[in-house]
Design a protein around this ligand. Structure first.
Ligand SMILES: C[S@@+](CC[C@H](N)C(=O)[O-])C[C@H]1O[C@@H](n2cnc3c(N)ncnc32)[C@H](O)[C@@H]1O
Ligand code: SF4
Length: 405
């Protein structure tokens, strides 16, 4: 199972917190030329890295702001994938949208060409905070966009950011409760990260904004309120509307039935399961297995990172040649652990079984974590408990480095 990620790097303007590969657009982008470049890279993956032969479960248009590109651009790329690759019947096709860049007409056009999931960047529904974050829309714009989009798509997710400067836990509780009344089936609730080089970092460093506090109280409240409002946590930042399958196993915050709830985002689930992904666009990453023999300890993976600089990428994509790195066993184990522990499906037992045999001390570390009720290790794999999820970063370091807790 594999996924395709297509990164469109332009936005209307740069948000103050964002360090994604995204730059303000000029409004004069030559979409026909860009379309050819994306197609070049796509075809190179098909010819050189087996994309033709794998089953594709999800295609994700991320950014940047892919809702800025015309519908025919998306259509051309989807047609190319459809023509040459094997898409599963219920393939998920997601597009990220900024509330100021999509309306009902455009949404219907996108739906008609096969997009079946929309992820809308709301971030906050408080106007002053939206301004502080450098967003180009108001709270009302965001809410009406969500309502309009849910008329067109049955699969709509929204992004929110918490632990913002000046924000109190009480005000987040109220804001979150309001947001979770919207008729969406998925929310991504991110803790604000103050990234180096961003305007927000500069404002905080120069005391024009207060620095942010410890996020654990925010996180605990986020989980509780989401559950009360009918959303289950299935990854540290991702919550799916509960359905009949959603029941909480004793002691574990995460569900132990991967894929059990159709509202889980398939694209992200595939990252957490460490399945292969093919990234296209400036700054995009890929992980592709090159040895899938069952007797191998782990599938051996190659990593490809594409150039971040947008203009340099444009040159490169005329005749793409990939910088391929083979991941070491240690790197692969580290990535599997980080991705697996974030998600409710945990880390598959087969991987851990095999790795514990060669990784000195890992078995003892797992036993210690279990003793402290930070993980549950059973036939379904290694899964974090509620206490564990609050210490995710420490636990990952403990398992993957020379580090004690
Ligand atoms: C690449 S953005 C795509 C969404 C779309 N471009 C938009 O902003 O409307 C994905 C999400 O990552 C989150 N994000 C980006 N930078 C972040 C940061 N520094 N801290 C926390 N969340 C962040 C935001 O919630 C954002 O919606
Ligand atoms: S719109 Fe999204 S990708 Fe663009 S700058 Fe803002 S957060 Fe970053």
């Amino acid at each position: 199972m594999s996924t395709v990620y297509i990164h469109w790097p332009f936005c209307l303007s740069k948000c103050h917190y964002c360090d994604f590969v995204s730059i303000p657009c000029t409004g004069n982008e030559d979409f026909a030329e860009w379309g050819k470049l994306y197609k070049n890279v796509l075809l190179s993956y098909m010819d050189g890295f087996g994309l033709r032969d794998v089953s594709i479960t999800s295609i994700y248009f991320g950014g940047g702001t892919p809702s800025l590109v015309p519908q025919w651009f998306i259509d051309n790329l989807l047609n190319t994938v459809q023509k040459h690759c094997k898409l599963v019947e219920d393939v998920e096709i997601t597009l990220e949208a900024n509330p100021r860049t999509i309306d009902s007409g455009k949404a219907r056009d996108l739906r008609d060409i096969g997009v079946n999931r929309l992820s809308i960047g709301v971030q906050s529904i408080i106007d002053e905070d939206l301004q502080m974050l450098g967003r180009i829309h108001s709270a009302n714009d965001a809410i009406s966009c969500v309502l309009d989009m849910t008329e067109v798509f049955s699969n709509v997710s929204i992004d929110m950011i918490y632990n913002r400067p000046h924000q109190t836990v009480a005000s987040w509780q109220e804001e979150l409760r309001t947001v979770l009344q919207l008729p969406v089936n998925h929310v991504s609730l991110y803790e604000l990260i103050i990234e180096d080089g961003t305007k927000l970092k500069h404002l905080i460093d120069s005391n024009m904004l207060p620095s942010i506090s410890d996020s654990s109280e925010f996180f605990e409240n986020t989980i509780t309120i989401a559950e009360e409002c009918g959303f289950e946590l299935y990854e540290v930042s991702n919550f799916a509307k509960m359905n009949d399958y959603s029941q909480r196993p004793d002691g574990a915050i995460f569900r132990t039935h991967p894929g059990g709830n159709p509202n889980y985002g398939k694209h992200n689930l595939s990252y957490w399961r460490y399945e292969d992904y093919y990234g296209i666009g400036p700054g995009s990453h890929s992980r592709i297995s090159f040895n899938k023999k069952p007797e191998k300890l782990m599938s051996e993976k190659i990593a490809i990172a594409q150039i971040e600089d947008v203009q340099a990428w444009r040159e490169w994509a005329l005749t793409p040649r990939f910088d391929v790195e083979t991941l070491s066993k240690d790197d692969e184990f580290k990535e599997r652990t980080i991705m697996g522990l974030r998600a409710m499906c945990g880390i598959c037992p087969a991987t851990f079984d095999k790795v514990t045999k060669i990784k000195y001390g890992l078995q003892n570390k797992l036993a210690k974590l279990e003793e402290n009720s930070y993980i549950m290790a059973n036939a379904d794999g290694v899964v974090l408990t509620y206490a564990g999820i609050l210490r995710l970063n420490l636990i990952v370091r403990y398992l993957t480095e020379e580090f004690s807790i």
